[in-house]
Each structure stands twice: as structure tokens, then as C-alpha cells.
Design a protein around this ligand. Structure first.
Ligand SMILES: C[S@@+](CC[C@H](N)C(=O)[O-])C[C@H]1O[C@@H](n2cnc3c(N)ncnc32)[C@H](O)[C@@H]1O
Length: 362
């Protein structure tokens, strides 16, 4: 029985005799190893190789990837055991769940997330405990460069900022279809996108609302990156970018809608309230503020991805952020003078949500 399991490389279950659930514990205990197999499968091109569709023997896989026999066998053992690959007699193919992600065009986004986790997040998370002890982002010390936040540091290392914005673009695109669908901008003329990155959300909203003008506020180091993307979509003139410091500069005013996409997870509640007060001043009476990012439950018990992602926000980007519960954002909004909150959970595997508040008419 045991020998057959090993031959087929199917996951072996070890029900413990004393009733403990060691399989559950081992996935946490060796979670970092599981991630390293996924990363290696991406970086070495294993998934791309098998995505071409034809099942391959271990020998052909090893030759195609330029791996020595032992290295190839480790990779195949891990990827098969973790359910990324399926072994059938002497050949390997993608597991159906991975093949499905490839077919649906989601896999490139997954790869961008993997590269971000490997090259930006991974090391700094080793400082998670110390970050909790000191209540600040100790892990930032693992990122080269000057400055107290990740974005300033990344701007000094081009290959890291490219990895970051490839990830950010993918992470936004996994959910911003819901933003474009659910946020009714039919009456809005001008939207302000605060910390808009490569303008991925500004572009999506401008596409969905042909009458809309969007101003992206972004750190000067990233303005040309965003402008290139906007030009690539033929949206020059309708989407513009301003080099800006969200904390030091006063927001331009006269907007119908102010968007914070993946912004309110970075900062402390006090900093979020400060940004929301600026948004309040930037809005016309009756205008709306929109928070679009992952949300955790008000009950503090999930979802799991919100908890796992909070390790990064505690250890790296800035002094203090997390995947806050909806109610925390509502409190910050209320403190800044907003009313009439509307929660829209996104039906995605990421815990994205949209929270809308309104500036009173008078
Ligand atoms: C997590 S990314 C989100 C990017 C984009 N909104 C998205 O959802 O894809 C946060 C963005 O805020 C920008 N940012 C951080 N601090 C800023 C500041 N003080 N002023 C302007 N932009 C800032 C960063 O450069 C980065 O592009």
C-alpha cells in the first residue's frame, strides 16, 4: 500500500493514531516550502512547459528545463504532492485545477503574484513577530534603498519596482471588473484616483464610463510608467497623472468621486482618516468616496486570505497597515465626515470589497 502511494506520487494521508490533525498542522509548518515549490515551478518554466498540453516524461521535463536528475526529481516530487501536477504512469501533466487557471487566462496573474511574494515579500515577513512587538514595519529593512515606506524604496531599484507593479496590475485586474460594474459613475464627470499606481483602475473605469475624466495622483517616480500605460490604451487627455504626495499636498478639488484603491490597507487608521478628510475637501457636495481593497470580517475571524495578507502589511509597506475590517474603514469615513455607507463584497477568491461613502449635500 505504502509502496503504491510512493510510486504514484499521490498525496499520502497520515491519520494520526492519537486523533491529532497533523496534515492540517504540516501545511502551516511547511507552508514556506510549499510556496518555494510553486515559485520554482514558475521560475524554472515547469508550468509553462506543461501548459503546452502534451504530457511529458520526467526525463524530457528535466532536459527541457536544463535540470540535473536529482533536482528534477525534487521538483516533480513537490509539485505532484502539492497537486500542481498530476502523474499518470510515466508522464506528468498539469493538474486539472492548474490547467483550468491557464485556460481561463488567470495563471499569468498568479505568476505575477508569486514573483512579488518571492522577491519583495518573502524575506521581510521573517520580521513579522518583531513588527508586531514594535508595532511597526521592521521587515522594510530587507528592501534596499532609502525611505520609510516600500514605495519610496522600490523606486530606487528598477527590477523590484517592475516586479511590484506587474503584481499590482494583476491584483487589481483580478477584481476591478467588479468595481467597474458595481460603481455607478453615470452621473460623475471627474474622478480622483489617489495613489493610482500604473493607472490600472483609472483605465478600467474610464473604459467603462466613456464620459468620465480621471486624475491619477501618484508619486513622481511612477508618473511616466502610468502615462505610458494610459497612452497604450489611447486614453491620453481623459486620464491624466499628477506627480503628488498624498500626505504633504492638498488634493485638487471639484471631484464627483474620490477612489482609494489598495491604499487604505497600507496606513494606520489615523493616517487613513487624514486622507479621507482630504478626500472630503476635494469632493463636491453629494460626491462619493470609494475604498476598494481586501476587507476582513467585522468579527475578526477571516477570511483566511485577509489574515495571511495582513502579515505583509504588518511587516513591510509602511509603519502600520492591515486588511482592516469593513467597520474600521466606516469609522475612518465617519470621522472624516462621510455618511450613507454602502458595502459591496466582490464575488472573488481574493477578499476584495468596495465601500462607498457620501459627502452630505450641505
Ligand atoms: C498598493 S499600491 C496601489 C496602486 C493602485 N491604486 C492599484 O490599486 O493598483 C499603492 C500606491 O500608492 C502610491 N503611494 C504611496 N505613498 C504615496 C504618497 N505619499 N503619495 C502618492 N502616492 C503614494 C504608491 O506609489 C503605489 O503606487
Amino acid at each position: 500500500m505504502e509502496a503504491e502511494h510512493i510510486h504514484n506520487l499521490t498525496p499520502v494521508r497520515h491519520p494520526s493514531t492519537d486523533g491529532t490533525d497533523m496534515e492540517w498542522l504540516s501545511m502551516i509548518l511547511f507552508g514556506h516550502s510549499a510556496f518555494q515549490y510553486l515559485n520554482a515551478a514558475c521560475e524554472l518554466g515547469l508550468i509553462d512547459l506543461l501548459a503546452r498540453g502534451e504530457p511529458m516524461t520526467a526525463q524530457r521535463i528535466g532536459e527541457s528545463l536544463g535540470l540535473a536528475e536529482r533536482a528534477r526529481d525534487i521538483l516533480l516530487l513537490g509539485c505532484t504532492s502539492l497537486g500542481l501536477l498530476r502523474r499518470d504512469r510515466e508522464t506528468y501533466c498539469l493538474a486539472p485545477r492548474v490547467a483550468d487557471l491557464v485556460e481561463r487566462g488567470i495563471w499569468p496573474h498568479v505568476q505575477n503574484v508569486v514573483a512579488f511574494e518571492q522577491h519583495i515579500v518573502y524575506e521581510g515577513q521573517a520580521d513579522f513577530t518583531e513588527s508586531l512587538r514594535r508595532n511597526t514595519n521592521v521587515g522594510l529593512r530587507r528592501i534596499p534603498g532609502e525611505g520609510n515606506d516600500l514605495y519610496r524604496r522600490l523606486s530606487q531599484t528598477p527590477h523590484l519596482s517592475e516586479t511590484f507593479y506587474r503584481y499590482m496590475n494583476s491584483w487589481s485586474r483580478l477584481a476591478n471588473g467588479h468595481l467597474a460594474r458595481c460603481l455607478d459613475l453615470s452621473e460623475a464627470r471627474a474622478l480622483l484616483d489617489c495613489g493610482g499606481g500604473d493607472a490600472v483602475n483609472a483605465i478600467a473605469l474610464a473604459h467603462a464610463n466613456p464620459h468620465l475624466h480621471v486624475t491619477v495622483l501618484e508619486m513622481p517616480a511612477y508618473v511616466s510608467m502610468a502615462e505610458e500605460k494610459i497612452s497604450g490604451f489611447g486614453l491620453d487627455g481623459r486620464v491624466t497623472v499628477r506627480g503628488f504626495d498624498l500626505f504633504a499636498d492638498e488634493f485638487p478639488d471639484g471631484y464627483d468621486c474620490v477612489l482609494f484603491a489598495h491604499q487604505m490597507v497600507i496606513w494606520t487608521p489615523e493616517q487613513n482618516t487624514e486622507l479621507l478628510r482630504k478626500a472630503h475637501r476635494a469632493l463636491v457636495p453629494g460626491g462619493r468616496v470609494v475604498i476598494f481593497n481586501s476587507m476582513s470580517n467585522d468579527t475578526g475571524d477571516g477570511p483566511l486570505i485577509a489574515a495571511l495578507d495582513s502579515v505583509y502589511f504588518a511587516a513591510l509597506p509602511a509603519e502600520g497597515g492591515m486588511i482592516y475590517p469593513w467597520r474600521q474603514h466606516e469609522k475612518s469615513m465617519a470621522d472624516a465626515g462621510f455618511v450613507g455607507f454602502e458595502r459591496i463584497p466582490c464575488p472573488t477568491w481574493t477578499p476584495h470589497g468596495i465601500l462607498i461613502g457620501r459627502k452630505p449635500k450641505e
